[in-house]
Design a protein around this ligand. Structure first.
Ligand code: SF4
Ligand code: F3S
Length: 106
């Protein structure tokens, strides 16, 4: 399965949802996640993310493994998102910032 990782937080560009053939993205206030049981591993979303926040669970960068669990948990409670929307106005400023996990809103 594919996993949305920390750099999506406060960037949330949503280019990813536009290409997903099974609409398995779920959206929270400042982050979104992939439902691990619905993702068909097509890999289409990975290159679409301007923040490079999407990875295969087998290729997660150092320190991002906690996002496997977080995607699974939040996909059960957040609503589905299937269409792209405007990112936050300050998305660019947050791209690449460390420790954004502390800013995750649920
Ligand atoms: Fe959707 Fe494919 Fe990305 Fe899985 S890998 S979330 S099915 S676009
Ligand atoms: Fe997040 Fe990238 Fe999608 S920033 S909303 S994973 S396009």
């Amino acid at each position: 399965t594919f996993v949305v990782t920390e750099n999506c937080i406060k960037c949330k560009y949503t280019d990813c949802v536009e290409v997903c053939p099974v609409d398995c993205f779920y959206e929270g206030p400042n982050f979104l996640v992939i439902h691990p049981d619905e993702c068909i591993d097509c890999a289409l979303c990975e290159p679409e993310c301007p923040a490079e926040a999407i990875f295969s669970e087998d290729e997660l960068p150092e320190g991002q493994r906690q996002f496997i669990e977080l995607n699974a948990e939040l996909a059960e409670v957040w609503p589905n998102i299937a269409e792209q929307k405007d990112p936050p106005e300050d998305a660019k400023e947050w791209d690449g910032k460390p420790n954004k996990i502390e800013l995750l809103e649920r």
